[in-house]
Design a protein around this ligand. Structure first.
Ligand code: BGC
Length: 554
């Protein structure tokens, strides 16, 4: 299939890159990243092989939840620049062949948003019904609390009116009332506004929580699915090719429903998979990955899971069993400060003790499972984190560009930065920065660039191909085939922290050639005997299986 033919499904063949504008690059020396800054750094983003940028919220906000508390949906936080700066960023990205999606926060607003300011001013204010009010905090009793470290209830008393308002996140983030048609319409206006300005779609924040119904968990309600189907219809009619990516941190059966029948979200983060990758590694057991992949597949043809290892939030452990959570805490969060809510607030490299083979293993896995890989800024240079900063700020520190002052992020005085750069001895920015890592041929960054190029050369099979697990006696080895038309790639991953081996029954492909995909080195042909791999600790192979040409002598 040519690229044009697959164009409407561009997101299936893409690699995404998640960026907070605040943290990426400061163009004007005020200590805060901005749109002009990220525009200047598009070359770098292109150099990693990124097809689509996902911007964290950049709208006007008091920043009590890093921008997920929106004060005005139609304007940009002045520190980040102007609408013109935004337009220029989008145009430049598009010219370079990079698409851009942004966060769309539907569920809640900042308590400083004028809608809420009006709504709370009196019980008969016309905006009152835009939010969810109650005389008692007893409604919707069984609904879980998400930010367990901060909030004791999903209700907060508004002293003005003596009524309580509903919020699934922080108490300064009142939930909108989606039963009110004006709210539903207003959010569609917001969507139109930003898509007209050139965005290629949205990462939709906190999608399961839009509606409330007594006696339910108030999550994944049919009304919520219905509303997103309406949004999708409008987008397909007015902005064809633009996409919706769901943040629905749910169990597999519920998460899968957000694809609808190809009439809801094109993409959806694979939350069920993410922690189980780390569990598989900790337990040296392929079962956890294979089992969850089987539970999350198939998805409709035009849909794609968003695959990720880390993001701007804590590594969430809400949707795993108690036993799985215990494994995660004991392996990856040995110090209490590493935990937050029901999760672990660490970046990828510190999480795996900066073990190069594990990091390569993880990125290779991310690039070979079915779905669209999404990288988190800075993880490509193995950036460290700072667990002594509050909330999730320790994984959102300034991007490290060079070994200059402020890691080359800003010309401001160091104390003026929105957050300190990482100077811990094992992760000092003087080593882990784009300039140094780019110069060193063997760096992780350069290795990753090469891996991305290899995937791009074989993008149909990785982006669109089916998956077939192969079984062996050895639970430490995860083995699967990716298949698309006549292309077949055999992927072999050693989860163990020591060398291991596997014998595979590949008789079905007897006579076929085997070629390692990155180096193009030929391995022995497949025969009738079991095919054998010896593996270094946490290593992997991508092997192309090539049918023998008719003219070749056996
Ligand atoms: C975002 C978080 C945010 C929360 C509330 C999420 O799921 O990813 O960063 O705090 O929504 O808006």
């Amino acid at each position: 299939m040519t690229d044009e033919a697959t164009q409407p499904l561009w997101y299936k063949n893409a690699i995404f890159y998640e960026v907070p504008v605040r943290s990426f690059y400061d163009s004007n020396g005020d200590g805060i990243g901005d749109f002009k800054g990220i525009t200047e750094k598009l070359d770098y983003i292109k150099s990693i092989g990124i097809d689509c940028i996902w911007l964290l919220p950049f709208y006007d906000s008091p920043l009590k939840d890093d921008g997920y508390d929106i004060r005005d949906y139609y304007s940009i936080l002045p520190e980040y620049g102007t609408l013109e700066d935004f337009d220029l960023f989008i145009q430049t990205a598009h010219r370079m062949g990079i698409r851009v999606i942004a966060d769309l926060v539907l569920n809640h607003v900042s308590d400083q948003n004028k809608w809420f300011v009006e709504a709370r001013s009196s019980t008969n204010n016309p905006k009152r019904d835009w939010f969810v009010w109650s005389d008692t905090p007893d409604k919707y009793k069984n609904v879980r609390i998400i930010f367990t470290d901060t909030e004791k209830s999903n209700w907060t008393l508004d002293p003005n009116s003596g009524q309580y308002y509903w919020h699934r996140f922080f108490s300064h983030q009142p939930d909108l009332n989606f039963d009110n048609p004006e709210v539903r319409l207003e959010m569609i206006n917001v969507i139109r506004f930003w898509l007209k300005r050139g965005l290629d779609g949205f990462r939709c924040d906190a999608v399961p929580y839009l509606f409330e119904r007594e006696g339910t968990s108030c999550e994944n309600l049919p009304e919520t699915h219905q509303y997103f189907k309406e949004i999708r219809k409008i987008i397909d009619q007015e902005f064809p090719g633009k996409i919706l990516l769901a943040e629905a941190n749910q169990w597999p059966e519920d998460a899968k429903k957000y694809f609808g029948e190809e009439d809801e979200f094109q993409m959806n983060f694979n939350f069920p998979l993410m922690p189980r990758i780390f569990i598989s590694l900790a337990k040296e057991d392929a079962f956890y990955i294979e089992n969850i992949i089987s539970k999350t597949l198939p998805v409709p043809d035009s849909c794609s899971w968003g695959l990720f290892l880390r993001n701007h939030d804590e590594l969430t452990l809400e949707m795993v069993s108690d036993e799985e959570r215990d494994i995660m805490y004991s392996e990856y969060a040995k110090i209490p400060k590493m935990r937050l809510n029901l999760g672990i607030r660490r970046r990828l490299a510190p999480l795996v003790e900066n073990d190069r083979s594990v990091l390569e293993f993880l990125y290779a896995l991310l690039l070979s499972l079915p779905g669209t890989p999404i990288f988190y800024y800075g993880d490509e240079i193995n950036m460290g984190d700072n667990i002594y900063l509050g909330d999730r700020d320790g994984v959102r520190t300034p991007m490290q560009w060079s070994f200059d002052r402020n890691a080359g992020f800003s010309r401001a005085d160091p104390e003026q930065l929105f957050a300190p750069v990482i100077i811990s001895s094992n992760f000092h920015f003087e080593t882990y920065n784009v300039e140094s890592q780019s110069r060193l041929p063997s760096s992780f960054l350069n290795w990753l660039r090469k891996l991305v190029v290899t995937r791009r050369r074989n993008v149909s099979v990785f982006g669109m191909g089916s998956i077939e697990f192969l079984h062996s006696e050895n639970k430490e080895i995860l083995t699967f085939l990716r298949i698309y038309d006549s292309s077949i790639v055999l992927c072999v991953f050693n989860l163990a922290k020591k060398p291991s081996y596997v014998t595979l029954d590949l008789r079905k492909y007897a006579g076929w050639h085997v070629r390692e995909l990155i180096s193009q080195v030929r391995f022995p042909d497949i025969g009738e005997l079991p095919y054998f791999f010896t593996m270094q600790k946490n290593s992997f192979f991508w092997m192309e299986l090539e049918r023998r040409d008719e003219s070749e002598q056996p």
